[in-house]
Design a protein around this ligand. Structure first.
Ligand code: MTE
Ligand code: MOS
Length: 814
């Protein structure tokens, strides 16, 4: 085993400890960025002037009336920008736009002595707009040929002839919606100017280094003149990977121009209407199976709705293409991706980062085709699992196929799936208007940033003379427990009790050039860097201890604050050793570094081995659906998930539960709607608060929710044998969608293929089960449009949203 993966005896990693800030969280003592505002003197508040058009030209901006409002100090406009007027890294996101690109786009910002003054000032700004034609839906953008960014293809084999030679082929469309992050803490920045003009920005950001770069380029400064600190976030979920930069830059610009600290905190409606969300996707596909239901070929085009600017749309699309096969072996594949440009918020990273969208497509295909093939969905899935030695369509070799099979077996046995399926069948036979179903789906999720360069991490570890330890590392804490894990890693490596170690907030002047805390990789990257720094210090201390204990340095052992040696009973307290090391002039701090080896990726041809490893999991979900209303509930969930050898089991189980519920929210409840009409509010986000955007709450929690970590899963070559956990379990929620589909099918004759809209809201489920009821054929008897509506519109049916329309049409055997 490599020294990176190996654990010493009695390690602090692997202990089920609470989140390092849990006590502060629950007592209200934890400070978030905006909590600093009342502690800061002479703060100005920033408020945006949001455009009431989806697309328009700014003809004139009159700021004079705002300046007449009492308490207004300044209005920031494009003319104030000393550097580059752009909030992103692609050069397509003007910070102060001349062209409004979505409803709610901020055209300028007002600074006031109070928030109320800034708000009134913003209301007083006069803007003349020339409205322009807008593209609000994906379909409109496609029709207008409005695309942005690269259009990559993942390809292997010969799809055309494989489809031609397949025993059964099907084609269809899949449409899936985006998702609002709804982190509890909205976007927040607090900027101030230091004595020599340096800028200090406190920001709720997953990517402090990039926030620093953007602030610097907007202000025309170098990176060493800007420091960004992130105390912690009240959730990020990907929404703070790229989106905080512009807000931090506005606050920094205001501070620079007024000399006073500037605070910018979006209220909930501003956050919802201005910041990006998960990308919705549309997929067009053809798939071929052999006689036994084994996948032969997949041809698909994935179109994502990128919103008005590129942001992270390209890497999100790349990850979608790299996860479209999920855990299934498909010999011949050609999947092309493209990003539509629409007049909406700029869609961005969201837990899973395109992976969920890619996987939904294949799970949708299997769920729809299983009844037509006459194979149980769970059997169809299992039959198509990868085996070791096979490779993904982009060329990465599969080496841990056994883990998905093991998790699948464990979920099947411990979840008693055979017994419960029989029970469900009995229940369904006895109940005409209520149906149940159990579905099982696997997850295989690649860990590492697709872009190889991002796979590096840094740390700075200080040991003070009294033996206490302070860690800085490049990752940010957003509730996911990264700091808890880093503390456990440092305590393990140094052989000290956890109480001896503290974490300092993330700052760009401590660890430079960091990657975003994203791609679930932060414990891997920063953990290995923390371990590296601690090993350097431990190595030097071992020299000192060797002399005092009279043993060779390699024989010195550090454990729980006591330093001993092989072949001696003599020991030294850690604090004592550190103290004497200081007087022997031994360096007690170190910078650690790690880069993931063995990765390669060619984004031009979409080939390589971009991932260090895959994280795996399996979930079984049982639902019950009411035939009169489409209302449903989740009865039971069983999960076995692969986190390697867990660094922190309580944290990991929390991540798995949270991710599953967040995924279930995306797939069932959360329904983003924009005004797609031609009225004056065209393009406006209609779901702008928690009253119209339904999030999962305690009442939707599965009453039976079993989460187990896959055992004997130590990961070679990763820090202390662990695996990343943050995103992969979100996709376990695909099992709830598949269970709903199967329950809908149970309302129809055997062999009914159900096309279910996403999100599968009760309304969507109602329409899907109505379709199932009216289906009158068995698999194979109907060649096209199985599950199609009866001819002619039903005059009694309420109007359907176009998405559902598209999603409900279209599965046909070709
Ligand atoms: N968990 C909590 N509580 N809050 C969050 O914002 N973000 C998720 C996941 N888990 C998030 C979370 C996302 S999108 C990612 S990429 C990972 O955490 C990032 O942290 P990690 O790399 O330390 O896993
Ligand atoms: Mo997570 S979507 O990679 O921030």
């Amino acid at each position: 085993m490599s020294s990176l993966s190996e654990r010493p005896p009695d390690p602090v990693v692997g202990r089920a400890v609470p989140h390092e800030s849990a006590r502060l969280h629950v007592t209200g003592h934890a400070l978030y960025t905006d909590d600093l505002t009342p502690r800061t003197k002479d703060v100005l508040h920033a408020w945006p002037v949001q455009a009431p058009h989806a697309h328009a030209r700014v003809l004139e901006l009159r700021t004079g009336p705002a300046l007449a409002v009492p308490g207004v100090v300044r209005v920031l406009t494009a003319a104030d920008v000393p550097g580059v007027n752009d909030a992103g890294v692609k050069g397509d996101e003007p910070l102060f736009p001349q062209e409004v690109c979505f409803y709610g786009h901020a055209v300028c910002w007002v600074l006031g002595a109070t928030q109320e003054a800034a708000r009134r000032g913003a209301a007083a700004v006069e803007v003349d707009y020339e409205p322009l034609p807008s593209l609000v839906t994906l379909a409109e953008a496609v029709a207008a040929d409005s695309f942005q960014g690269a259009q990559p293809t993942v390809e292997r084999g010969d799809v055309r002839s494989a489809l031609a030679g397949a025993a059964r082929t099907f084609s269809g469309q899949t449409e899936l919606a985006g998702q609002e992050h709804f982190y509890l803490e909205t976007h927040a920045s607090l900027a101030s100017v230091e004595d020599d003009g340096r800028i200090f920005v406190q920001s709720s950001t997953q990517h402090p280094s990039e926030t620093q770069e953007i602030v610097a380029h907007v202000l025309g400064l170098r990176s060493h003149e800007v420091t960004v600190q992130c105390l912690r976030m009240g959730g990020g979920f990907g929404g703070k990977e790229m989106q905080p930069h512009g807000y931090a830059a506005i606050a920094a610009l205001g501070a620079r121009l007024t000399g006073r600290p500037v605070r910018l905190r979006l209220n909930r409606t501003q956050d919802l209407t201005m910041t990006g969300k998960r990308h919705g996707f549309h997929a067009d596909w053809r798939v071929g199976f052999d006689e036994e239901g084994r996948l032969q070929a997949l041809e698909a085009t994935l179109t994502s709705d990128g919103g008005w600017s590129l942001d992270l749309s390209e890497p999100v699309l790349a990850r979608a293409l790299c996860h479209v096969e999920n855990n299934y072996w498909i010999p011949h594949v050609r999947v092309t991706g493209r990003i539509a440009r629409t007049h909406k918020t700029s869609q961005t990273a969201f837990r899973g980062f395109g992976g969920p969208q890619g996987m939904l497509v294949i799970e949708d295909i299997l769920g729809r085709c299983a009844p037509l093939l006459g194979i149980e969905p769970h059997e169809l899935r299992r039959r198509n699992f990868y085996a070791d030695g096979q490779s993904t369509p982009y060329g990465q070799v599969i080496t841990q196929a056994g883990r998905v099979r093991a998790a699948w077996e464990q979920v099947s046995t411990e979840g008693e799936l055979d017994r419960r399926r029989a029970e469900v069948a009995r229940f369904n036979a006895e109940h005409e208007h209520v149906k149940r179903a159990v579905a099982v789906t696997p997850v295989k999720f690649g860990i590492s940033f697709n872009l190889t360069a991002f796979n590096q991490g840094g740390a700075l570890v200080h040991v003070y003379k009294d033996g206490s330890v302070l860690i800085n590392h490049g990752g940010t804490e957003m509730g996911q427990g990264l700091h808890t894990k880093m503390l456990q890693v440092a305590a393990t490596t140094l052989g000290v009790p956890p109480a001896a170690v503290r974490l300092a907030p993330t700052r760009t002047d401590k660890v430079p050039n960091t990657s975003a805390t994203a791609a679930s990789s932060s414990a891997d990257l920063n953990g290995a860097a923390v371990k590296d720094a601690c090993e350097q210090i431990r190595g030097r201390l071992a020299q000192v201890a060797a002399q005092r204990l009279g043993v060779p340095a390699p024989d010195v052992r550090f454990r729980d604050g006591v330093v001993g040696g092989l072949g001696t009973t003599e020991t030294l307290p850690w604090d004592d050793l550190v103290h004497s090391a200081y007087f022997a002039r031994v360096q007690l701090f170190a910078a650690g570094y790690y880069r993931t080896e063995g990765l390669h990726w060619d984004s031009r041809v979409m080939r390589g081995s971009p991932f260090k490893y895959f994280a795996h999991g399996v979930a079984a979900t049982e639902v019950e659906v009411d035939g009169f209303t489409g209302a449903y509930r989740t009865r039971r969930v069983d999960i076995v998930h692969d986190v390697g050898d867990s660094l922190s089991p309580l944290v990991d189980v929390g991540q798995i539960e949270g991710a599953y519920v967040q995924g279930a929210g995306w797939l069932t409840l959360e329904d983003l709607r924009w005004d797609e009409g031609d009225g004056e509010h065209r393009g406006r986000l209609l779901t702008q608060s928690a009253s119209t955007y339904k999030l999962p709450s305690f009442s939707e929690m599965p009453p039976v929710f079993h989460v187990k970590l896959l055992e004997h899963a130590s990961e070679e070559g990763a820090v202390y044998g662990s695996k990343a956990v943050g995103e992969p379990p979100l996709m376990l929620a695909l099992s709830v969608r598949e269970a709903l589909r199967q329950a809908c099918a149970a309302f129809g004759p055997e062999g009914t293929s159900v096309d279910l809209a996403s999100p599968a809201t009760p309304e969507a489920v109602f329409w899907a089960l109505q379709e199932a009821r009216s289906a009158h054929g068995r698999a194979g008897e109907v060649t096209a449009g199985l599950g199609a509506r009866p001819p002619g519109p039903d005059p009694h049916a309420p109007e359907r949203r176009p998405e559902s329309e598209a999603a409900l049409s279209g599965l046909s055997e070709a």
